[in-house]
Design a binder for this molecule. Sequence first.
Ligand code: KG4
Ligand code: ZN
Length: 355
Amino acid sequence: PREPLVLGIETSCDETGVGIVRGTTLLANVIASSMDEHARYGGVVPEIAARAHLEALTPTLKAALAEAQVDLHDLDAIAVTSGPGLSGALMVGVGAAKALAISLDKPLYAVNHLVGHVGADILSGDLSGQTRAGDSADTAFEYPTIALLVSGGHTSLLLVRDLVDDVELLGETIDDAAGEAFDKVARLLGLPYPGGPQIDAVAVNGDPNAIRFPRGLSLPKDMEKHRYDFSFSGLKTAVARWVEQCRDSGQEVPVADVAASFREAVADVLITKAVKACRELGVPRLLLGGGVVANARVRQLAEERCAAAGVALRIPPLSLCTDNGAMIAALGAQLVSAGRAPSGLGFGADSTLPV
Ligand code: KG4
Ligand code: ZN
């Protein structure tokens, strides 16, 4: 049978994403971001994000249809992120998807944003001219896989046995997301928002071993079930205290060394736990997703440690790692192909939707 033509809508944070896929083939991936509007606040402002989605969604949808050269009436299904994310932002995408589904009489699938990130890895076709990185560059997506999803909004470790119906949350951040920590530490160092790319650039000229920042979350034995959780607020506080002491004693803050040492601590924690999960659970594959995957040290450490552990590393092109509609469409297409019943129109936006 013909593979399903699916439209995906993503509005969980500050990216308005519309993607179109045919089965696992990417046809369009258009993204509008309200990032610039949040810059002066040092973080995503929910109300601003929601309003920006409302403005950007129609033009983004039109651009995606033009890119894929498909007509709305030809779609087999529509998929939309219903959570987790910012409530007001999610509602814009959910509302638009319902309106499309009703008017076009198409089946509608509500999907989980985090599982969507994993869906990015099954896409093939012209991936915006970017190639896959990692050991398994030319191999097809396989189960099971561990997925490490790190962005400004989430830091989650998943065990994916099957994209459609067997995704388990192993751990997540108990406070700040990794990207959020980058943004906050950047601010502390006087670097502009978003801070991740800034710290990454500055760190190149610093010594990652200059300051030994805490790796966070050392848990007592009875907390064994939380062994895959993350915590970054202690690290952030440690950096703040270090910088403060430096300033108090009249010394100039060695920004490059602080950035390099902080980046090292974050990369170390993320990759240590991800590879540990692969080893302990006997899963020989690790998939990375989310905006923090752009970080040079995170990628390098993942490559080194996965190679040493015999784990195949998969990193989709960055345009599919950051929030986008194509990954939501890809997951939707999997649900259609698996014969799943559509979600109907009764669902809402769920800011804390579990995987
Ligand atoms: O996935 P994403 O584009 O959007 C959401 O968070 O929804 O991720 C953005 C986050 C920001 O916190 C940003 O600072 C971080 O990813 N980021 C980075 C880098 N590039 C983006 N963090 C560290 N190093 C980078 N090179
Ligand atoms: Zn995301």
